[in-house]
Design a protein around this ligand. Structure first.
Ligand SMILES: C[S@@+](CC[C@H](N)C(=O)[O-])C[C@H]1O[C@@H](n2cnc3c(N)ncnc32)[C@H](O)[C@@H]1O
Ligand SMILES: [Zn+2]
Length: 328
């Protein structure tokens, strides 16, 4: 078209095309994963979220010109590394400098579009840098997250906090009415692991397993389908469900840190199911994937609860108890 009104991007070569403090920004991006308060990731879960540190640093480095000397490159890299830190998200000095650098380089307010914006890291950082920002996503959940992150705080200000609190409470009350009975905070004498204590434990989760009948006619055991038996797999806390056979039945016992020790040779990463093929823990018979699918399709599969996850308001971490539970 002859009379195009499209503005010419005035930067011939951008900073990010020349150099970038990859190592420092990566370290900040990793560190940011531990931030639990005030981070947009707490608004709603979204997969493949980009860290804010990387989004901020790359957006800035793509909107300023390449350095003219090594010295300038080093100074700007140091600035980017500092600016990408979580603690500097609201640092006025840094934010103002970044905005001024972009304005100076371009001579106008850049328009930024993130058509695959997901959880909104990139448009949020573009807004911080003073850009006219647009975001979209074809997933309606992402669109709602984007609105909550980018639009509503500016539109509703403090009123938004009050509303979130009010409606959050409403959801909690409604959920309590509907499913509260399944999460009773009852005080029972519970034998939790090696410690016998009479304390308040609140069930916060139930672990269920799908089951199929063993196809060996001499056995017929109810086989729980489990890919693995881990309940906690942290460096400082390893707990698993240990399957054992009693009276031709598969039962479970909690083993690991704080519980009975791991039995010799027990590998919790190997469950009863592997690639849709099932091994019976009672007789060792194998059931192939075709047969397993058929058992499900023909309504012969079942389900059973195998463990309960408990929470103690006075203690750190989660506790586990096999089901049916042993009571003292
Ligand atoms: C890698 S994620 C983006 C993550 C985002 N940068 C963040 O920090 O959360 C890719 C996004 O693209 C979206 N998407 C995939 N195909 C799309 C399409 N054709 N149109 C719009 N969005 C699409 C997905 O829903 C997903 O949210
Ligand atoms: Zn069997």
């Amino acid at each position: 078209m002859a009379n195009s009104t499209r503005e010419e991007f005035p930067i011939k070569r951008t900073f990010i095309e020349e150099t970038f403090p990859v190592k420092e920004v990566s370290a900040e991006s990793v560190r940011e994963k531990n931030i639990r308060h005030g981070h947009i990731s707490t608004v709603h879960i979204w997969w493949a979220r980009r860290p804010l540190a990387a989004s901020r640093a790359t957006a800035y480095a793509a909107l300023i010109p390449a350095p003219e000397s090594d010295q300038e490159a080093e100074e700007i890299k140091r600035f980017i590394a500092e600016f990408s830190k979580w603690e500097n998200s609201l640092n006025e000095k840094y934010v103002e400098r970044a905005r001024a650098d972009i304005r100076r380089a371009l001579g106008y307010t850049p328009r930024i579009l993130d058509p695959f914006a997901g959880g909104g890291s990139i448009p949020l950082e573009a807004l911080r840098l003073g850009c006219e920002t647009y975001a979209s996503d074809y997933n309606p959940v992402a669109v709602l997250i984007l609105k909550a992150v980018l639009e509503y705080p500016q539109k509703y200000g403090k009123k938004l906090i009050e509303d979130v609190r009010k409606w959050g409470k409403w959801v909690l009350e409604e959920a309590k009415k509907e499913i509260g009975q399944f999460y009773p905070s009852d005080i029972v004498e519970r034998e939790i692991g090696l410690e016998k204590s009479k304390e308040e434990f609140i069930p916060v989760g139930y672990i269920w397993a799908r089951t199929i009948p063993c196809q060996n006619p001499a056995c017929g055991a109810e086989i729980p389908l489990m890919r693995q038996y881990w309940l906690a797999k942290k460096d400082n806390k390893k707990v698993a469900l240990y399957p054992y056979v009693e009276g031709g039945e598969v039962k479970f016992k909690i083993v690991g840190d704080g519980y009975e020790p791991f039995p010799d040779g027990f590998d919790p990463s190997k469950g009863t199911v592997r690639r849709a093929r099932v091994t019976c823990p009672v007789c060792g018979a194998m059931i192939d994937d075709e047969r397993v699918r058929w058992l499900f399709r023909s309504g012969r599969a079942g389900q059973k609860i195998v463990a309960v996850i408990l929470y103690n308001p006075n203690k750190k971490g989660k506790f586990f108890i096999e089901y049916p539970e042993k009571r003292i």
